[in-house]
Design a protein around this ligand. Structure first.
Ligand code: HT7
Ligand code: ZN
Length: 869
């Protein structure tokens, strides 16, 4: 298929003002009647999208349509002779139980006990009925659901309830009206046997709202945390952005069968159960945070995405980047600003930087795509959020709020573009932000070079900043982008120096904007050669290149008052320590382990921050800095550097600290409890590298006495990844204990898929034969195959290529069931060109074999072709 291009955008020839949908729901067969009131002022046929629909009838303004007036080809229904204001009625049949792609109307769970639901973003609505399925067609929806009452007692759709009643033959109906015009991708329905919890909420504007969370009966007690998170999110959006909820009901539904994390359908959010259900026995601390974050993210879409939507899918980051940023702000406010920033930057480096450095690189606003589902990427989400953060930083808190108010006011009820966004932010502040558009149109991570020169005679420090973005195949000439560099200068005792720039005192922290290829900034009244702390708070998504001496990084790691910057200095130093392990050097390794040993003994240092400081960059990030990547060697060297750290701190000190951190009493889910568990886990991991038997005995004891999933899974991971003798009993116990809980069982599969090195493949193959494994469930497929391929570099990248062949085989099978999931898992091959030659050849062979298979989906073939290019 030919690519769809941003440059070819044209407004829709036909608009739809009102949609009345009627569903006669059944598991094997559902009938959908759609009445579309259509409008146009041009003389063109009405073209509607539709895929996999059995057309039963078609009429215009109540009269059956003559066959000469319509044509149904492949994926399009074309109708001629429609007038402005006419109503087109189509009736189609779809088959929910046969829908394994989980796009459109499908069945979650078993035929006997499962429920029906929809997923429409990005282009699922065309699998439900004929419609101009594009985000710039906004319509008012009235939805009537009819179904057997015993099998489908609960009937839900987006919008406000507008009546319900009984029908003959044990059937019933329910109607919903959404007063807010919306694009088709925000349509949703749910029908089945579900339980609920409810809460009353009154918005800042005085609207009484019923909040309802639905799940299958056995999970309803695990919905309370999400309800609290939802209420916190609603309050926060009122306070931080002045945005209130705008319907009388807000429904949220959990499903175990979902392609992504969650979906912000207007008034009817649908969640992957992984991001909604939470209880201490099966949910880790990190997962609790993820539930809070995803609940908030989907809720925040109600304004950034729903009230103001996207003109076309090229603008996806307009809603996703902005909403990720809003969630980041919320999570920082609810928890810890420094820890949240560390988490987000670590994610960016682990997921987005590699994407931006390889054949899958694309701009935050791509210029073209074949399959839009392949563009829900770390670049669109995470880098997109970083771009909003830069804009917010440029405008300051008040200016950004002013700009956002303007954006929402000007674009409410519209399908907007990134130009609309930058325009509103800029206009509200009298600033031209359009230079930032360059960030949206260019792929690749810019390199930021920093060189400092101190002149003792004049007491001046000149900092020269320059930028460079490596060319890519589709963009051989990259342009300079505006890079805000927040910085501070430290003296040799670790104190921040006052900044004097251009004769002006600027406090101790300032932002320099590098708006060209190179610029120099001269600081005056600098008493000694300073140590610059650059890019504070990660003020721009770039790769910093600065020739720090290890001692300078150790100084920042030890003294920077800001938790994030401390961590950042530690990460840079750790990367250098890794190089020492590779080359036999010692300077950085000693500086890193020495500084951390001192911090380990420092009273009062936040336990969670210390845990993060003690964690070097992951194997994926370390591989990014290398040529001819050998993942097994990287794993080995990272283990070595960590054992050097463990050795520097000392087994005795580690064990002592571990025992101090072991809690007695009930499980507490507050920040202190989470921090303690995080550090306890890290300390035990380090101990396992210097005193393995002691650590395994402690892990075994921890597994058995654990009061919650965080401690239980941490212990299990240490035993399983460390190849401990105790591992198999612990795994058997875990399975017995959690056999009925799919989310816990996903962890059981995932933890085993993380076994490092050669043995991982055999374990994965054994687990594939486990009765609890199925490729049909995305969470299960991701837990085993996704963790193996994307989360276990030394296991997946076996030197004999068997990991590549296994993945390629499974992708072919998975593609026939669920192309979205197959395509996503295939991104594990990204970066194969940078592998050492033996692995590179085998990865290429596996990919070429896969590419040569007949009948691959558009989703998978696009990823495979891009990765191979
Ligand atoms: N906006 C949602 C995207 C999404 C999605 C996209 C493609 C296929 C399935 C999907 N499920 C959800 C999620 C979000 O960013 O909030
Ligand atoms: Zn989103």
């Amino acid at each position: 298929t030919a690519p769809i291009r941003l440059a070819d955008y044209t407004p829709p020839a036909w608009r739809v003002s009102d949609v009345a949908l009627e569903f006669d729901l059944g598991i094997d067969s559902s009938e959908v009647t759609a009445h579309l009131t259509v409008h146009s002022d041009v003389d063109a046929p009405l073209r509607l999208d539709g895929e996999g629909l059995e057309l039963l009838s078609i009429a215009a303004d109540g009269a059956p349509l003559d066959a000469s007036r319509w044509r149904h080809t492949d994926h399009v229904l074309e109708v001629s002779g429609m007038r402005d204001g006419s109503v087109l009625t189509t009736r189609v049949r779809v088959q929910p139980a046969a829908n394994t792609a989980l796009e459109g109307l499908y069945l979650s769970g078993s035929r006997e006990a499962g429920f029906l639901l929809t997923q429409c973003e990005a282009e699922g609505f065309r699998h439900i009925t004929f419609f101009p399925d594009r985000p710039d067609v906004l319509a008012r929806y009235t939805v009537t659901l009819r179904a057997d009452k015993a099998r489908f007692p609960v009937l839900l759709a987006g919008g406000n309830p507008d009546g319900a009643g009984e029908l003959p033959d044990g059937r019933h109906w329910a109607r919903f009206v959404d007063p807010h015009p919306k694009p088709s991708y925000l349509f949703a329905l749910v029908a089945g046997r579900l339980e609920k919890i409810e809460r009353d909420y009154v918005t800042a504007e005085g609207r009484a709202v019923k909040l309802v969370i639905w799940s299958e009966a056995n999970a309803i007690d695990s919905c309370h945390y999400a309800m609290d998170a939802l209420e916190r999110s609603m309050r926060w959006d009122e306070q931080a952005y002045g945005r209130s909820y705008d319907l009388d009901v807000f429904h949220v539904v959990a499903t175990h069968d979902f392609n992504m994390g969650a979906m912000e359908n207007k008034g009817l959010n649908i969640f992957n159960a992984k991001y909604l259900l939470a209880d201490p026995d099966t949910t880790t601390d990190d997962e609790y945070k993820a539930v809070e974050a995803v609940v908030a993210h989907e809720y925040f879409h109600n304004w950034s995405g729903n009230r103001v939507t996207c003109r076309d899918w090229f603008q996806l980051s307009l809603k996703e980047g902005l909403t990720v940023f809003r969630e980041q702000q919320f999570s920082a406010d609810m928890n810890s600003t420094a820890l949240k920033r560390i988490e987000d930057v670590a994610l960016l480096r682990r997921a987005q930087f590699p994407e931006d450095a390889g054949p899958l690189a694309h701009p935050v606003r791509p210029a073209e795509y074949r399959e839009i589902n392949n563009f829900y990427t770390a670049t669109v989400y995470e880098k997109g959020a970083e771009l909003v953060r830069m804009l917010a930083g440029r405008l300051g808190t008040e200016g950004f709020r002013r700009g956002m108010d303007r954006y929402f006011a000007d674009n409410d009820g519209r399908a907007a573009t990134l130009e609309d966004f930058l325009g509103a932010l800029g206009t509200a502040n009298g600033i031209d932000l359009m230079p930032y558009l360059a960030w949206y149109g260019q792929s690749g991570t810019p390199r930021l070079r920093a060189r400092g020169r101190y002149d003792e005679g004049t007491q001046r420090y000149m900092l020269t900043l320059s930028q460079y973005t490596p060319p890519s195949a589709s963009q051989p000439d990259k342009h300079a982008v505006p890079i805000p560099v927040k910085l501070a200068l430290f003296d040799r005792d670790g104190n921040m120096l006052p900044l004097h720039l251009d004769g002006e005192a600027r406090g101790t922290e300032a932002v320099m904007v590098l708006d060209a290829s190179e610029r120099s900034f001269t600081f005056e009244q600098v008493p000694h050669a300073p140590v610059p702390s650059l890019l504070r708070g990660f003020s721009a998504p770039v790769l910093l290149e600065c020739d720090y001496a290890p001692a300078e990084l150790a100084l920042l790691l030890t003294h920077d008052p800001d938790g994030f910057n401390r961590w950042e200095a530690g990460q840079q130093l750790a990367a250098r320590a890794f190089d020492d392990c590779r080359t036999g050097g010692a300077e950085a390794l000693d500086a890193w382990s020495g500084a951390l040993k001192r911090l380990f003994g420092e009273p009062g240092l936040d336990a969670a921050l210390l845990a993060d400081l003690l964690t070097p960059p992951g194997e994926i990030e370390l591989a990014e800095r290398q040529e001819a990547v050998d993942p097994a060697r990287i794993h080995e060297l990272r283990q070595t550097m960590q054992s050097r750290l463990g050795g520097a701190i000392g087994a005795e000190a580690l064990e002592r600290r571990y025992r101090e951190l072991c809690a007695s009493g009930p499980l507490v889910l507050d920040a202190a409890g989470k921090a303690r568990r995080r550090l306890q886990r890290r300390v035990l991991e380090l101990l396992a590298l210097v005193s393995v038997d002691t650590a395994h005995a402690l892990a075994d004891a921890q597994y058995r006495s654990a009061r919650g999933m965080t401690d239980r899974l941490a212990a299990l991971g240490i035993l399983v990844r460390g190849g401990a003798a105790e591992a198999s009993d612990a795994l058997a116990d875990f399975r017995r204990r959690h056999a009925d809980n799919p989310l816990a069982m996903d962890k059981w599969f995932a933890v085993q898929a993380q076994i490092p090195g050669e043995p991982a493949l055999g374990r994965v193959q054994t687990l594939e034969r486990d009765p609890a494994f199925t490729l049909k469930n995305p969470n299960r497929a991701r837990a085993l195959l996704g963790t193996f391929a994307s989360g276990n570099p030394s296991g997946f990248h076996r030197a004999d290529g068997a990991g590549y062949r296994l993945l390629a085989e499974r992708l072919a099978t998975l593609d026939s069931l669920n192309p979205q999931i197959a395509a996503r898992l295939a991104t594990a091959f990204n970066g194969w060109q940078r592998l050492e030659p033996v692995r590179r050849d085998m990865a290429r062979q596996a990919l070429s074999d896969l590419a040569g298979r007949p009948g691959l989906s558009r989703n998978l073939s696009e990823i495979v072709a891009s990765v191979l290019s």
